[in-house]
Design a protein around this ligand. Structure first.
Ligand SMILES: Cc1cc2nc3c(=O)[nH]c(=O)nc-3n(C[C@H](O)[C@H](O)[C@H](O)COP(=O)(O)O)c2cc1C
Ligand code: SF4
Ligand code: SF4
Length: 424
């Protein structure tokens, strides 16, 4: 049996699935139920000076019949008293000692950091997460992403936390920056034991076009929110991988952003994460989603011969390269399985209007299977992407007789490139 135990910067949990700091991790009763469903850890809803939230605060992005491919919120940190939160942390730690509790924190002054860190550890926190990521409301008060966007401030506050903490400290980074690497390095320079990323992306999710007011509507006003959910995963994966492959970056990563299945979790782990955190998927479908995540991850590890998460972490990182190192002589073309084809011609439209005009309708009277001009196919994948039938279009590698040659090799050493297709 594969060992699912995870170790993120010294925070041990029975599996790598943690609730992210958000409404599903708002109270002790909720987190106990989550642990009973199998969640390995939970990052407590961010503690600080309790706030007052607006009433209307969430909005979903729906796309052609699929609800909530993206999600947006203008919620702030905890609105419950610190005493209540700390009492409940202690209760959960007592009832579920094997599960990891990471307490997310956001305060302003050095004294406040010292006080809240001590109280979190006294309550039983296994780790702390410094919320330098919230892109709405709290940043207007000089916290959250206002800290995460300034490496010097990030480093300084992280160093305060390291001075006071006796448990591992993760710094939660904001994606609202051009390049995540200096921000991860700043957390590392401040002494952080690890980082977690991403927090939400600054966004406007949409406009109520009848009222002409931005969503979510608070009376006749709104504000920018934080974007998350399935749609943000590619951005989160990129940021996770950027840090994981940076030679100067040495500390562990807890991956967050759009995890909605075990496959998403595997992707984060292969790109360098030691644990993954989930918010939106739980908000939409409940704690039970973790059951499939655990089973799926376990099966995947067994099928691929991974005995523990350490063997998996970062395994896909070497596959990343600069564009200039990609093989320009690597060639694929589209092949259509006529038996599977349902003749919808979605691929023909896509190739004609969005690619290289080499897929055509069948001749009058013949079965509706598109005809391909292989000599013009550039192997762009678009037809495979749009085809509604799994396995009907496959991209097949072609032996074109040219040895591999990258742009860099071509420019530096004159290595020959195969003739261009579709460039007329
Ligand atoms: C309603 C809501 C409230 C959130 N509150 C917090 C918070 O208090 N502290 C924090 O660090 N992140 C907070 N987040 C961000 C999440 O922890 C997480 O980083 C983000 O949602 C991306 O993960 P996801 O795509 O799985 O939702 C919140 C997210 C949502 C949707
Ligand atoms: S791979 Fe691209 S160019 Fe080739 S047939 Fe498909 S859509 Fe057209
Ligand atoms: S999109 Fe797929 S199913 Fe539809 S015509 Fe093309 S190959 Fe056939």
């Amino acid at each position: 049996m594969a060992n699912l135990q995870s170790n993120t910067a010294g925070i041990i949990s029975p599996n790598p699935f943690w609730l992210a700091s958000a409404p599903p991790a708002n109270s002790g009763d909720q987190i106990k139920r989550a642990f009973d469903h199998g969640w390995g850890g939970a990052v407590w809803k961010t503690l600080g000076q309790p706030i007052q939230n607006v009433s209307s605060r969430f909005a979903g992005l729906h796309y052609k019949g699929t609800k909530n491919i993206g999600f947006n919120n203008i919620e702030l940190i905890t609105d419950r008293s610190l005493e209540t939160n700390f009492r409940e942390i202690a209760e959960v730690k007592k009832s579920h000692p094997e599960h990891a509790i990471i307490v997310s924190l956001m305060v302003e002054t050095k004294e406040e950091w010292q006080d809240i860190i001590k109280r979190s550890i006294d309550a039983g926190a296994d780790g702390l997460e410094l919320n330098f990521g919230c892109p709405h409301g709290m940043c207007e008060r000089g916290m959250g992403s206002a800290v995460g966007q300034e490496p010097a401030v990030n480093e300084e506050i992280t160093s305060w936390a390291m001075e006071y903490s006796t448990v591992p400290v993760l710094v939660k980074l904001t994606p609202n920056v051009g390049d995540i690497v200096p921000h991860g390095l700043a957390a590392q320079a401040g002494g952080a034991n690890g980082v977690s990323l991403i927090n939400t992306i600054k966004s406007i999710i949409g406009v109520d076009i009848d009222r002409q007011v931005i969503n979510p509507r608070v009376g006749e006003l709104s504000s920018n929110g934080g974007y998350c959910g399935a749609a943000v995963k590619p951005i989160a994966l990129h940021m996770c991988a950027s840090l994981a492959r940076d030679p100067g970056f040495k500390i562990p990563i807890s991956g967050i952003g759009g995890v909605s299945s075990w496959r998403d979790a595997v992707e984060f782990i292969l790109l360098g994460a030691s644990s993954v955190q989930v918010c939106t998927e739980v908000m939409l479908r409940g704690y039970r989603v973790v059951e499939d995540m655990i089973e799926g991850l376990e099966n995947y590890m067994e099928e691929h011969g991974f005995e523990d998460l350490g063997q998996m972490t970062g395994k896909a990182i070497p596959s990343y390269s600069n564009w200039g190192n990609l093989d320009l002589n690597f060639e694929t073309i589209a092949k259509i399985d006529a038996d599977k084809c349902i003749g919808c011609y979605d691929c023909v439209v896509a190739c004609q209007d969005g690619a290289h005009q080499c897929l055509f309708p069948a001749e009058e009277g013949k079965k509706r299977v598109p005809v391909i001009d292989e000599s013009e196919c550039v192997g762009c994948n678009l037809c495979e992407i749009v085809c509604p039938v799994p396995g009907c279009i496959t991209m097949e590698e072609v032996d074109n007789g040219f040895a591999p040659a990258t742009w860099n090799e071509h420019v530096n050493d004159g290595k020959p490139l195969r003739p261009k297709k579709g460039a007329h």
